[in-house]
Design a protein around this ligand. Sequence first.
Ligand code: S3P
Length: 168
Amino acid sequence: MDRKNILLIGFMGTGKSSISRRLKKLLNMKEVDTDAMIVEREGMSISDIFAEKGEEAFRNMETQILRELKHEKNLIISCGGGMALREENASIMKDAGTVVWLKATPETILKRVEHDDSRPLLRGNKNVEFISNLLKQRNPKYLKASDFSVKTDNRSIQSISEEIIRRL
Ligand code: S3P
């Protein structure tokens, strides 16, 4: 059976990659990750793309990838944390499938990203205040782009994934 795509959105460190992997197994769907696709296409890390080509160029690559993926089926699409920020992306995502917003508190996010240096926006900004401010700016966009949201704090990957499947 061909299923509608499932798009996972939400802030860095809300568990998109882990949940995506689990959903892939539970639902027997394929999985793609927009960050990984960009890294592969450009042959550069996300940090190098931000540093050498700029954030705007990266955001254009994200939009381009969404435009391509929207014609596919049976995919779990794990989106970079900024994917919902552009209105155009939000509207492509709605057309492309069911959009699930993964949520977490700034404290949980900090714990999950603390030892990872691959995210240029968090370099030198790994503290609750910065994360909390950026979350506040972004939350209305995640809300608008999504069909429903799921809390991920203090929960197992399995329990979060089962909730998503129940609510599809
Ligand atoms: C970003 C999130 C990252 C990556 C880039 C920008 C953001 O993806 O796309 O560093 O603006 O929130 P993850 O959410 O997978 O870390």
